[in-house]
Design a protein around this ligand. Structure first.
Ligand SMILES: C=CC1=C(C)c2cc3[nH]c(cc4nc(cc5[nH]c(cc1n2)c(C)c5CCC(=O)O)C(CCC(=O)O)=C4C)c(C)c3C=C
Ligand SMILES: [Fe+2]
Ligand SMILES: [Fe+2]
Length: 359
């Protein structure tokens, strides 16, 4: 019954006359979607926008896994009455006023455009490239629906986190599959694996560090690789995030030809009373200054795009902690964002994952 050449489009009425009643739904030419995903960001810095965003984020059990009976009253009645003000002020200090959006959103848009141009050069109009957020806008559900409406019968979902964590990659994937749940004709789905040890990613990080070091009059004495933290308990319960971060630092050290005195791993952004992965960046930079290191550099390999955690926390709070303890020269090395080496690395990963779908 099916024309072998048209297998990608089995409901095509032209090749399937038995399925061609007058009210048969219109079928668009088959396409492949590549959907990039990042964490999300508030729509604005006012109290209610911040509360909406933080409420959605911190209600995700992949992020905070306490029982809802214990967590929700604390979240709704205590945390969400205060944190929207302090986080809103922090976002305000880094806000992209020109486009009236957060830096994470601006950079994700640029990454998407760079990915689109690379993939269209290779695959032409058969590929549809877009991005979505796990929390806030544009939502995963709306973007999956747009791809389906554009005729994507296959979707490659790419969480833009180099390292797997339940709180990031897994919850992004959950949201993607949730968005497919109500589809009568569900697209074929693939998700991209974490890329913490991808050679081109390590190379892009190394190049960005070499460039930053070359621009300094005096070479930093040590590079601090500061990764977003998670509660230590998540590691004991089986989350491999910590090990993947350690491996990125080791590969970076090997690629740069350095030794253990020149590069260390730390964790930032502790939230709540539990112990998180250690050493904490904010304390470690102060210890370094107290031990006599006057000139340090900090990079953030777990973030594919600069965001509040890098622009505000590292480049303001953590810098201050270093300087208050006697440090003199603090260099923040920006995330890879939409730089060419990074986008080549990410597009290489996408191309490998599209094999068999688009060749
Ligand atoms: C409360 C627990 C949190 C866990 C666990 C967590 C893990 C985690 N997060 C990222 C990446 C990002 N987090 C960002 C912001 C952010 N993270 C938390 C809390 C947890 N994150 C909060 C409350 C916030 C909001 C800001 C604040 O109020 O402090 C962002 C930035 C978003 C932006 O718009 O700029 C990113 C990116 C990773 C990689 C991770 C675990 C591995
Ligand atoms: Fe976070
Ligand atoms: Fe580990």
């Amino acid at each position: 019954m099916f024309d072998a050449k048209s297998q990608d489009n089995p409901m095509d009425v032209a090749v399937c006359p038995m399925h061609a009643p007058s009210d048969h739904p219109k079928i668009k030419p088959a396409k492949v979607g590549v959907l990039l995903a990042n964490l999300g960001t508030p729509d604005a810095t006012d109290y209610w926008s911040m509360r909406r965003y933080l409420g959605e984020f911190l209600s995700d059990k992949r992020v905070v896994d306490y029982s809802a009976w214990v967590w929700q009253p604390l979240l709704q009645l205590v945390i969400l009455t205060k944190r929207p003000f302090s986080s809103g002020a922090a976002y305000k200090s880094i806000w992209n006023e020109e486009d009236n959006e957060s830096p994470l959103l601006t950079i994700t848009k640029k990454q998407t455009a760079a990915m689109k141009s690379r993939l269209e050069d290779i695959y032409g109009g058969e590929v549809v490239v877009d991005f979505c957020m796990r929390y806030g806008n544009p939502s995963t559900k709306s973007k999956v629906q747009e791809m389906i409406d554009a005729g994507c019968q296959k979707i490659l979902f790419f969480p833009l986190y180099p390292h797997y964590a339940g709180a990031t990659s897994a919850t992004a994937n959950d949201q993607f599959f949730r968005a497919l749940m109500q589809e009568k004709w569900q697209p074929i789905a693939r998700v991209v694996e974490p890329y913490y040890q991808d050679t081109a990613y390590i190379d892009a990080l190394a190049q960005s560090i070499e460039t930053a070091y070359a621009a300094e009059e005096t070479k930093p004495e040590i590079l601090v690789c500061s990764y977003h933290g998670v509660p230590q308990r998540y590691l004991r319960e089986g989350d491999p995030y910590h090990c993947q971060c350690q491996k990125t630092t080791r590969l970076l050290k090997e690629r740069l030809g350095w030794d253990d005195t020149q590069i260390i791993t730390t964790f930032q952004s502790r939230f709540g009373p539990e112990e998180w992965l250690q050493p904490y960046t904010v304390e470690e930079v102060a210890r370094l200054a107290e031990k006599g290191k006057k000139n340090i550099a900090v990079c953030a390999p777990a973030f594919s795009a600069d965001c509040i955690e890098t622009l505000e926390e590292i480049n303001e709070e953590i810098k201050e902690s270093f300087e208050e303890a006697g440090g003199e020269h603090f260099t923040y090395i920006p995330c890879l964002n939409d730089n060419d080496a990074h986008m080549d690395a990410l597009s290489g990963i996408v191309q490998r994952n599209l094999r068999g779908w688009l060749d």
